[in-house]
Write a protein that binds this ligand. Structure first.
Ligand code: FES
Length: 62
């Protein structure tokens, strides 16, 4: 399996992960595995931890 790659957008703050990502609970149990996810790093998403595109409003205001 190739390593996952993480791309951080310094303007929007979004964090894109290319490759398989395991989502685990506090005890380390895998809840689900997803491919190619995008997390919110700007704090504006209404669907945290996922990026919902709300960062576009921030970029427009800056
Ligand atoms: S980075 Fe996209 S909504 Fe926060």
């Amino acid at each position: 399996m190739d390593n996952a790659r993480i791309y951080i957008n310094p303007v929007s703050g979004s964090i894109k992960v290319i490759g398989p990502v395991d989502f685990v609970d506090s005890e380390g149990n895998i809840l689900e595995t997803k491919e190619n996810v995008k997390f919110c790093g700007c704090g504006l998403s209404k669907d945290k931890p996922n990026c919902d595109g709300s960062h576009r409003d921030k970029v427009k205001k800056d």
